[in-house]
Design a protein around this ligand. Structure first.
Ligand SMILES: Cc1ncc(COP(=O)(O)O)c(C=O)c1O
Length: 385
């Protein structure tokens, strides 16, 4: 009864574990990628004002022009990307909305798309929905879960249309170095390959190198869709708002498609995003500092557990420890841990086949919860050796 495109797309396996704990108050949940901060006040105020001022009707399909102008300022200031707000920028319903539109306008049935594995679950799904062939590139622990130009090159065939980059990466926290990013850009220009740059964790980096954004590199604007979600950066996961930027041709096509799907993201969320983009940025810095402390705490705590090995994550807010020493399939290990300790983790294979032997723990939770989870894991895991 259901169409093939639906059957071919798996549900997120994070749900398999998450659904088991719904309504339970006795668990230490380390699964969901939701910052434990509230949306900053000035952003909430802008939304309230938008309602009071009557910004409650349909907007341009790419978003209000004044919102796009504010977003263009943010892109210039933070990402060194110069975008014409009239034609080179579209507001979308979260990063997810932008990822889906970008795949739909760029990928033809049969095109190959290279993507990171372990990686964000929807990358695979979006490629499939567009009729493309997902080609995983393994992110390796020994390379800090980064993507190298050689890794990419080894997967290129005459059918390769696009590469999906996500740095810092969910679930590994891996970061692509600036040098590799430049080499990947050169490769894409040389081989005429497009890029989706999923910059969802742009602000949460713990490496010293000042980040470069691939969409800002010479010759890349016309072949890159850069996606900046507000979900994590400004603790706005429920607002469903992001901005995508690229050439007017691609952004125009995404805007046209968006009209037929959701018309535009919510007018109120758009106004809130403008306030986030051009308002005070200390809220982001505060979150970064808190996540940095928690990252140090969880890195030390996990490495102190016999049998666990974690490279310090370079970014995002996930720890992706190697637990292969226990010789238990990740999926089974997650259930054992839940049953024995009430700590909830996600199996690495929820993020692709190369996630076997790993677990994901989100540390965008309180230090109390991290400490409790660590102590419970420490009292149980070594028994499996
Ligand atoms: C790498 C990555 N990209 C995109 C998203 C989608 O986020 P949103 O649609 O809330 O912007 C997420 C959410 O977890 C993510 O981890």
């Amino acid at each position: 009864m259901l169409a093939e495109r639906n059957v071919n797309v798996p549900a997120s396996e994070i749900r398999l574990i998450y659904n088991k704990i719904i309504g339970r108050t006795d668990v230490f949940d380390m699964t969901a990628g939701i910052p434990d901060f509230d949306t900053p006040e000035h952003i909430k105020d802008a939304a309230k004002k938008a309602i009071d001022d009557g910004f409650t009707t349909y907007t341009h399909n790419a978003g209000y022009i004044e919102v796009r102008e504010a977003l263009a300022q943010k892109l210039k200031r933070d990402n060194n990307i110069v975008a014409d707000p009239e034609t080179e920028l579209v507001c979308t319903a979260g990063g997810m909305g932008a990822l889906m539109l970008a795949n739909m306008v760029l990928v033809n049935p049969g095109d190959e798309v290279i993507y990171p594995d372990p990686g964000f679950v929807s990358h695979f799904a979006h490629i499939k929905l567009a009729g493309g062939i997902p080609v995983p590139v393994q992110l390796k622990k020994e390379h800090g879960f980064g993507f190298t130009a050689e890794d990419v090159e080894s997967k290129i065939t005459p059918k390769t249309k696009m590469i999906v980059l996500n740095s810092p990466n969910n679930p590994t926290g891996g970061v692509i170095s600036n040098m590799e990013l430049k080499r990947i850009a050169e490769l894409c220009i040389d081989k005429d390959i497009f890029v989706i740059a999923d910059e969802a964790y742009e602000k949460f980096r713990y490496v010293d190198e000042k980040p470069l954004f691939i969409g800002s590199l010479p010759g890349m604007k016309e072949r890159t869709v850069s996606i900046f979600s507000f979900s994590k950066t400004y603790a706005m996961t429920g607002w469903r708002i992001a901005v995508a930027t690229g050439s007017s041709k691609i952004i125009g096509a995404m805007t046209k498609l968006q009209e037929h799907v959701i018309a535009m993201p919510t007018s109120i969320a758009q106004k809130a995003a403008a306030a986030a983009a051009i308002g005070p940025q200390d809220c982001v810095e505060e979150m970064l500092q808190a996540f940095r402390k928690r990252r140090d705490l969880i890195t030390k705590g996990l490495n102190d557990i016999e049998g666990v090995d974690l490279q310090p994550p370079g970014g995002a807010f996930y720890a992706f420890p190697d637990v292969s020493a226990y010789d238990v399939k990740s999926f089974d290990l997650v259930h054992k841990i839940l049953n024995e300790t009430n700590v909830v983790t996600v199996h690495g294979t929820a993020f692709g086949k190369y996630g076997e032997g790993f677990l994901r723990l989100c540390y965008a939770v309180s230090t109390e919860r991290i400490n409790e989870a660590l102590s419970r894991l420490d009292s149980y895991l070594p028994k499996l050796l």
